[in-house]
Write a protein that binds this ligand. Structure first.
Ligand code: HDD
Length: 749
């Protein structure tokens, strides 16, 4: 392992490294880059401390005899200032916290690896996208945006999806979200957006929620935000699991090949478990019951060996086609419909290891949209430009100085050598007297790397124009893609979006803000504004003065901005609907098995085995904790009592047979409520033999709420053994939810 010294790979071809060179290096770990995907694990393992079997010491290694009592005069004090053990311990404790991220403060992360399916040299020279045999280590952090570190996972919000690839050419960070567009077009508006959505500054209310006046005041004045707002109000804002979210790089980036050919690229992550969400009433309850729901779900899945996987997708647009679309590729509030430019799936990411220490890894990881590798470059997206400044700046504050790249989780696997020196918390001993370039005393090292030898050189794009504060003309079409998104959703998805807007705007106190928002929604689609207004009890205003866009420059010809451009060529894009992104399996789903003393153990075991074989998990939920006495005299361990869990923690419910068991459950209001609630969250419910009477007692039925037909999510086998219903149960869970039940309930009114 090389910690200090020159790395020959940084020398131009033919130049011999000088072993006595004075140049410093930055914690490079050469032999960790071995393509097995384990390099980062080994690098971190080398500095991981475990207390097992160790003696207790001070930070200086001094053995501590008594860690229970402060040094005092006599038995009752006073305590002595001389007590350096007390002082060291308390001082360290007092300094344990660092500033939380200004956005994306709450997160969960895991390690894994990425493997490309086939050589992508026709698209990019990026080394990690060439060899299918190579596993590139990754560290992925998911996050909510608005809430503080201690807030709930279940907030309606965008989710961050940030991936750090530890490539042989240095770290590459793909810092994206679970939505393909953004609220604003220009980074200069980012502080305003964040100030508007964060808790209001005078009273710091509300936490992790956009349902308040300042957010909607801002949004109602920002027509460019309409597309993204609809994404956040859709069920994408409340994922079922971090493992079941798509990810998007949002901006157009560039791919660059070895011969210098550049194309525009949009990045996608496609989860192999499909894209699934909660519904809002459920999210509210989960939030109270287990605010760590998403973190726990990710942790337990990885811990249990059900490693989440995503395919990396790319939409590639040749440079010659840059202006082919009605929207501008540089506008981060627009997506490229997959029907126009298909997503090519080029590789797969697997997360297979939880962190050892939340603070050291998840909290201290520093992502940066500007960490690229040769073969990946930036477009002129004005939102991206601001990001490129912001990320280093924020880490300087958050991680306490310019050496945050030397924090273990941030260290590249590729060796790093340069003339940067000193600063707070420097971790390397940069030996020698040469810390400048050019030099002869250090043999000229470290030397610049020609692009042919793997160095990064910016793609030579031609730019012309006047210097001014403007946006491209296509940026002003704010509503076409918002309408396209809405029209692409299934009816139940649209209904949820309408309800979300009703909830959020229903929390807004200032009437003028609500009216202005209705005016904005009217621009997207009059029917949308109408539907939202019904729930609010506020009519859509006949006319309302809408700011077309505050960004119209003062020196512009007003006539040029008088009308809003509209893209009438856009058709609904089925790829945008979650309804079409559901593969149907039940892998990693969690099913509650309701049981009490006297349960028919046979039906429970048969169901448990079948669910396990299909990759799902099941938990026994009973009126009390401990163990159950089964009808056949055996006993069964209980996973949760009805006191400690709710139906919202599960994807489906099975009620086992056994006369005594079901009689006890039917008397238990918690058990009846469990089934009732699962039904109204449109989940699959199955019961066998006597178990069916609990479903009857829960006041839910086998026909759809309006009587229009059989409910495909209700499987009641009133007689016989459980075996014949198992396939049907698994198939029904694979549909995630039974939206026809919701539709029928809406029809019934
Ligand atoms: Fe950002 C964090 C994603 C625009 C400034 N951003 C942050 C994280 C994600 C994103 C996932 C959390 C990373 C982590 O887990 O540590 N940000 C995005 C996306 C954007 C975007 C997808 C638009 C396409 N961001 C954006 C702009 C700015 C920032 C326009 C500023 C001009 N973002 C930051 C930041 C953060 C951050 C303040 C907070 C903590 C951090 O960087 O490390 O610098």
């Amino acid at each position: 392992m090389t910690i200090l010294g020159n790395d020959p790979r940084n020398q131009p071809p033919g130049s011999a490294p000088d072993p006595d060179s004075d140049s410093g290096t930055d914690a490079g770990v050469d032999d960790a880059v071995d393509g097995s995907g384990d390099g980062k694990r080994e690098q971190l393992a080398a500095i991981t401390r475990r207390g097992d079997g160790e003696r207790l010491t001070t930070n200086q290694g001094l053995g501590i005899v008594d860690d229970q009592n402060t040094l005092k005069v006599g038995d009752r004090g006073p305590a002595l200032l001389e007590d350096f053990l007390l002082r060291e311990k308390i001082t360290h404790f007092d300094h344990e916290r660092i500033p939380e991220r200004v956005v994306h403060a709450r997160g969960a992360a895991a390690h894994g690896y990425f493997q490309v399916y086939a050589d992508q040299s026709a698209l990019t020279k990026a080394a990690f996208l060439q060899d299918p045999a190579v596993r590139t280590p990754v560290f992925v952090r998911f996050s909510t945006v608005a809430g503080s570190r201690g807030s709930s996972d279940l907030a309606r919000d965008v989710r961050g999806f940030a991936v750090k690839f530890y490539t042989t050419e240095g770290n590459y960070d793909l810092v994206g979200n679970n939505m393909p567009v953004f609220f604003i077009q220009d980074a200069i508006k980012f502080p305003d957006l964040v100030h508007a959505v964060k808790p209001e500054p005078h009273n710091e209310i509300p936490q992790a929620a956009s349902a308040h006046d300042t957010f909607w005041d801002f949004i109602s004045l920002m027509p460019e935000a309409m597309h993204m707002v609809l994404w956040v109000m859709s069920d994408r804002g409340i994922p079922r699991s971090l493992r079941m979210m798509e990810g998007f790089g949002v901006h157009s980036f560039r791919f660059v090949t070895a011969d210098g050919t550049s194309s525009f690229v949009k990045f996608h992550w496609k989860p192999l478990l499909g894209v699934h969400s909660l519904i809002w009433p459920e999210a509210l309850q989960v939030s109270g019951h287990d605010p760590d729901f998403h973190r726990r779900d990710l942790w337990e899945a990885i811990d249990g060996g059900a490693f989440p996987e995503w395919e990396l997708g790319v939409q590639v647009v040749p440079e010659a086609d840059e202006h082919r679309f009605a929207f501008d590729l540089l506008d981060a509030t627009k997506l490229i419909p997959e029907e126009l430019v298909p997503v090519q799936r080029i590789g797969k990411m697997t997360l297979n290891r939880n962190v050892d220490n939340y603070f050291a890894e998840t909290e201290q990881v520093a992502f940066h949209a500007g960490h690229v590798v040769p073969g990946i470059d930036f477009s002129d997206d004005p939102l991206l430009a601001g990001r490129l400044f912001s990320y280093t700046d924020t880490q300087l504050l958050r991680l306490g100085g310019p050496n945050f790249h030397q924090i273990p989780i941030n260290r590249p696997l590729a060796s790093a050598h340069n003339h940067q020196r000193d600063g707070l918390h420097r971790q390397t001993i940069d030996a020698g007297r040469v810390a400048y370039s050019p030099n002869t005393l250090g043999g000229g090292c470290p030397m610049q790397v020609p692009s042919a030898a793997g160095g990064f050189s910016t793609h030579a794009a031609t730019v012309t124009g006047d210097k001014r504060r403007r946006r491209g003309p296509k940026f002003f079409d704010h509503y076409s893609q918002a309408a396209m998104f809405l029209n692409s959703l299934a009816d139940w998805e649209q209904a949820h979006l309408v309800a979300a807007l009703q909830f959020e705007l229903g929390k807004v106190v200032t009437a003028a803000v609500v009216e202005r928002m209705l005016g904005q929604l009217q621009q997207v689609q009059p029917a949308l504004a109408q539907r939202v207004s019904i729930g609010l009890g506020i009519p859509v205003p006949a006319s309302i003065e809408l700011p077309l866009n505050r960004s119209v420059p003062e020196d512009a010809d007003p006539a040029a901005f008088a009308s809003v451009p509209v893209d009438s060529s856009l058709l609904p894009s089925p790829a945008l609907s979650m309804a079409r992104r559901q593969p149907g399996g039940i892998a990693t789903r969690c099913i509650a098995i309701l049981a009490a003393n006297g349960v028919d153990a046979g039906s429970v075991h048969a169901m448990q085995d079948a669910l396990l074989a299909a990759g799902a998990r099941s938990k026994i939920v009973a009126p009390h904790g401990g163990a159950l006495h089964c009808a056949d005299g055996s006993s069964m361990r209980i996973d949760h009592s009805l006191l400690t869990t709710r139906s919202v923690m599960f994807d489906a419910v099975f009620v086992a047979g056994g006369a005594d068991s079901v009689a006890e459950l039917a008397r238990h209001s918690g058990a009846r409520h469990f089934v009732h609630e699962a039904y109204w969250h449109f989940k699959t419910i199955a019961a066998v033999a006597e178990g069916c009477s609990l479903v009857d007692a829960a006041d839910v039925g086998e026909t759809l709420p309006d009587g229009s037909g059989a409910d495909p999510g209700m499987l009641l086998l009133r007689e016989g053994a459980v075996a014949p219903m198992i396939d049907g149960f698994i198939g029904a869970i694979g549909r995630h939810r039974h939206w026809e039940r919701e539709r029928a309930a809406l029809r019934r009114g």
